[in-house]
Ligand binder design. Structure first.
Ligand SMILES: Nc1nc2c(ncn2[C@@H]2O[C@H](COP(=O)(O)OP(=O)(O)O)[C@@H](O)[C@H]2O)c(=O)[nH]1
Ligand SMILES: [Mg+2]
Length: 313
């Protein structure tokens, strides 16, 4: 229970900027209007869009709110607060947020453009799984820059797991081949593959992923495959666009949204689930190894609209 509270507290803290921005803005709309009229709806709509919830999702939320206001004969703007919260939760019901891979022999591909936080996130995941006494192997399949392998190696040491790498410029598929051999030899539970995301060349990326997939299919058919796309929440609508593009070239099974601690654009989590139907599986709320959390839509919205204090009592 205590751990659960600490967990929620970290989430609340991580979402401070988004909350200060969207929620305080919304609250000023709820308390600043004396009646529910067109102007009220327009202001609320603007707040939601500025909070990066996306135009489509915002329209659904406003439409839903108008319907409820009518049906339930709501008169006071402040009563709309809870209705909006419920509606956001409703919009976020994306497919089921499964974590099956965690309990299977699995290969996890982590893809995404440069700088979004792939390597960091792999380090955090490795730390989590290692703590759960799972046998983890990292594959440094981002061979584009030598520094990428070194950075992953640091994370491997921090998480106390093994890493398989290759020379700078080596074929990523050959690194994955070696990593699969190691995973089989050590009876690893989870093989986490870091990749170099070069979305500017879709054809190359597609080719590369296909080649890697062929290696897995041939060498490790028994493994459960998970493909997670990492998106930087601070980029707002841009993150949504990247998710769409990656979804066209790979079978994305989930999204990891990083840097939620450093942005007022945390509302993007709502847009991704609502508009793309892709489940957000984890969020990054800081740079340390423990700053990765499983994503729960209800908990996320509760933390976003939390109005208590996170100071230690
Ligand atoms: N504040 C914050 N920074 C993060 C988070 N995730 C990653 N970063 C930082 O983002 C930068 C890029 O991360 P990196 O893992 O190298 O990205 P990659 O190019 O996708 O592998 C690093 O400085 C990380 O410390 C997060 O959740 N919060
Ligand atoms: Mg990297």
């Amino acid at each position: 229970m205590e751990e659960k509270q600490g967990f929620f507290k970290r989430l609340v803290t991580g979402l401070t900027k988004t909350r200060d921005y969207i929620v305080s803005g919304m609250d000023s709309v709820f308390s600043g209007f004396s009646k529910i009229d067109d102007e009220f709806y327009e202001e609320l709509e603007e707040m939601l869009i500025m909070g990066d919830l996306g135009v489509k999702t915002t329209m659904k939320i406003i439409g839903d709110l108008k319907k409820k206001v009518k049906e339930q004969h709501v008169k006071e703007p402040i009563e709309c607060r809870q209705l909006v919260i419920d509606s956001i939760k409703e919009q976020m019901k994306a497919g089921d947020t499964a974590y099956e891979y965690e309990n299977k022999t699995s290969v996890v591909f982590v893809i995404g453009v440069n700088g979004v936080g792939k390597t960091t996130t792999i380090g955090k995941l490795a730390g989590k799984f290692h703590e759960q006494h799972k046998r983890v192997i990292l594959a440094a399949a981002d061979t584009f820059r030598a520094a990428a392998g070194e950075q992953l190696k640091e994370w491997a040491n921090r998480a106390k797991v093994e890493m398989i790498g290759g020379q700078e410029g080596a074929d990523p598929a050959s690194v994955v081949y070696d990593a699969v051999a190691a995973a089989k030899a050590r009876k690893a539970d989870i093989l986490l593959c870091d990749t170099a995301g070069r979305l500017h060349n879709k054809k190359n990326l597609m080719e590369e992923l296909r080649k890697i997939n062929r290696v897995i299919e041939r060498e490790y058919p028994q493994a459960y495959k998970e493909t997670l796309v990492v998106l930087d929440a601070t980029t707002g609508q841009n993150a949504l666009a990247q998710a769409k593009e990656f979804n066209e070239v790979a079978d994305i099974t989930g999204v990891i949204l990083t840097k939620m601690d450093g942005t007022a654009k945390g509302g993007i989590a709502v847009a991704i689930q609502s508009e793309l139907g892709l489940p957000v599986k984890y969020i990054g709320v800081g740079e340390a190894i423990e700053d990765l959390q499983k994503f729960d839509a209800d908990e996320f919205v509760n933390a976003l609209f939390y109005s208590g204090t996170t100071e230690d009592e």
